[in-house]
Design a binder for this molecule. Structure first.
Ligand SMILES: Cc1cc2nc3c(=O)[nH]c(=O)nc-3n(C[C@H](O)[C@H](O)[C@H](O)COP(=O)(O)OP(=O)(O)OC[C@H]3O[C@@H](n4cnc5c(N)ncnc54)[C@H](O)[C@@H]3O)c2cc1C
Length: 501
């Protein structure tokens, strides 16, 4: 296989993982990244004495049998050092009621949620049943959505009898499950679920697909769990980069791919990239494209001209959210005693803030100091096309509003911030080259999730999509699963049908 050339576009977790798997299997892989470092939305940046996680701050799939663990084991590289988050998060609805710690231990969580949401047991049990059937299915490596016979056979092989029962919920939402359990008027429970689901599916209870939501609502508990990486999020990318170096992948940083075209003569792809100094063309049999598919409208411009339906499909993708992220640092003694690394807090003005606080001495800040990162969703359109002064003014206002809110929430005196800054969708666009700074992939509603989503297989032979807009969706664990799926599809296109981890 060493002669088969694959170009992977983007060194986020999806690109790094697919490049690592395929190179380990003997393919000749080149990885092109527009930034000067890897990681994308799960990368880090350094400011003064601090290391800030750009986007992702907690990791799923590091437990034995989890997707990151399986992939690191296959690559024969050490699994990054991490601690389990217990609680995974404390949710404060700010309505005068007690905050809700989401415990790792199953029994503790069952007791907590019964205390917090009396009578909701039926709903959680139903989610748990659906999740168990989902999980067995996902571990059997289905390919979704189905685009050809091979994909279909993978789906059939992955199905277990329980999926036939849960399959009837294909078009249902989490709200339908609540209704089924007689809980459709439980406002506090709905408020809590809305916050959690928005984080993981970009949708609320009314729109999140029941099959997707049931699983993400179980991710904080044993045997899964969410993890806090030692040092920073970058260690995940560093581990994968180490594997790429071992297997001889050519990694090119600082080059932005601006066009993909299929050459009928060579029956291969021409990948054109630019750096600050030059234009470079690469040639490949297969291309794995990991930036958001919305960017294909520009990159594939010529090929899309002849494929009206695909162009229409990409154009009709819903517009995902953007994020405002507040990066700050302070002395540990200057924040009220905290009992979790993560909080989700409701602000009437700002919506929900997801707050991530580093551990003292975990490598993100000098000893005795911590980093505090808070993110909120924002409409990307609100930040583009503003006059420069207006943009600066608006950014300042949000920085101030978020600081004041956090000061009140965590008893911080405003003089005690050692550092604070804000990233807007413009910053995310610059950092990740994601169009308009959109983040988090497509909202996981019943029209997008699973069978009905955007396929990794495109109508163009040898062009594959991967990343957080592809099944099973966002998060470092989700995009690693999509990287595994696309690797298996490429292997199958070469007649190797039985690759599993
Ligand atoms: C604020 C925020 C918080 C989050 N929190 C969590 C969390 O706690 N846990 C979690 O699991 N997930 C979280 N996520 C989601 C998670 O970070 C992403 O789903 C995941 O990292 C996406 O990985 P990716 O490889 O698909 O895409 P990206 O990370 O976007 O990687 C794509 C890469 O492609 C490069 N690129 C783009 N265009 C080009 C081009 N034309 N040429 C060359 N290179 C290009 C980019 O520079 C980038 O490195 C969060 C995201 C955000 C924004």
């Amino acid at each position: 296989m060493s002669k088969t050339k694959i170009v992977v576009v983007g060194a986020g977790i999806a690109g790094l993982t697919s490049a690592a798997i395929l190179s380990k299997l003997g393919f000749s892989v080149t990885l092109i990244e527009s930034h000067t470092q890897s990681g994308g939305c799960a990368g880090t940046f350094k400011r003064k004495k601090y290391i800030f996680d750009v986007g992702a701050t907690q990791v799923a799939g590091l437990e034995e049998g989890g997707i990151h663990s399986k992939i690191f084991k296959f690559l024969d590289i050490p699994i990054p050092e991490a601690t389990i988050l217990n609680p995974a998060c404390i949710v404060d609805l700010n309505d005068g009621s007690n905050p809700i710690p989401i415990w790792y231990d199953q029994d503790e969580w069952i007791q907590e949620r019964e205390r917090q949401f009396p009578g909701s047991g039926k709903f959680w049990q139903l989610c748990n049943l659906i999740h168990k059937s989902n999980w067995t299915f996902a571990n059997n490596n289905p390919v979704l959505p189905i685009k050809n016979l091979w994909d279909f056979t993978q789906l059939l092989k992955a199905l277990v009898p329980a999926n036939l029962a849960t399959g009837i919920l294909l078009k249902s939402t989490i709200f339908d499950l609540l209704r089924l359990c007689g809980l459709s008027n439980e406002e506090r429970l709905i408020k809590f679920l809305n916050l959690q689901l928005k984080l993981y599916s970009q949708e609320d209870v009314y729109k999140t697909a029941a099959l997707y939501g049931s699983t993400v609502l179980q991710m904080c508990q044993k045997p899964h769990g969410l993890w806090h990486l030692k040092k920073s999020m970058q260690v995940l990318s560093d581990g994968l980069e180490y594997s790429l170096k071992k297997t001889g992948v050519k990694i090119v940083f600082g080059q932005k791919v601006h066009s993909l075209s299929f050459d009928d003569k060579t029956k291969g792809w021409k990948i054109s990239a630019t750096s600050s100094e030059e234009n470079i063309d690469y040639y490949a049999d297969d291309v794995i494209y990991t930036p958001p598919p919305q960017s294909l409208l520009k990159i594939l411009e010529n090929s899309l001209m002849g494929n009206y339906n695909y162009k229409k499909r990409i154009k009709s993708l819903p517009n995902p959210s953007g994020a405002l992220v507040f990066y700050s640092a302070l002395k540990k003694e200057h924040i009220k005693s905290i009992s979790s690394n993560h909080y989700q807090v409701v602000s009437n003005e700002l919506g929900s803030l997801f707050v991530s606080i580093s551990e003292d001495g975990d490598g993100r800040a000098p000893k005795g100091e911590i980093t505090l990162i808070a993110s909120i969703f924002t409409k990307t359109n609100d930040w583009f096309n503003l006059d420069k002064n207006l943009y600066i003014q608006k950014k300042k206002e949000y920085l101030q509003k978020i600081s004041i809110f956090l000061e009140k929430q965590f008893d911080i005196e405003s003089k005690n911030w050692l550092h604070k800054e804000l990233a807007t969708p413009l910053g995310f666009e610059r950092w990740t080259n994601r169009p308009n700074g959109i983040v988090g992939g497509l909202g996981q509603n019943p029209n997008i999730f699973g069978l009905f989503g955007l396929s990794s297989r495109t109508p163009f032979r040898g062009l594959w999509l991967c990343g957080d807009s592809i099944y099973p969706g966002e998060g470092t664990a989700g995009v690693s699963q999509s990287a595994l799926m696309v690797s298996r599809q490429i292997l199958a296109s070469r007649g190797i049908n039985d690759f599993h981890l």
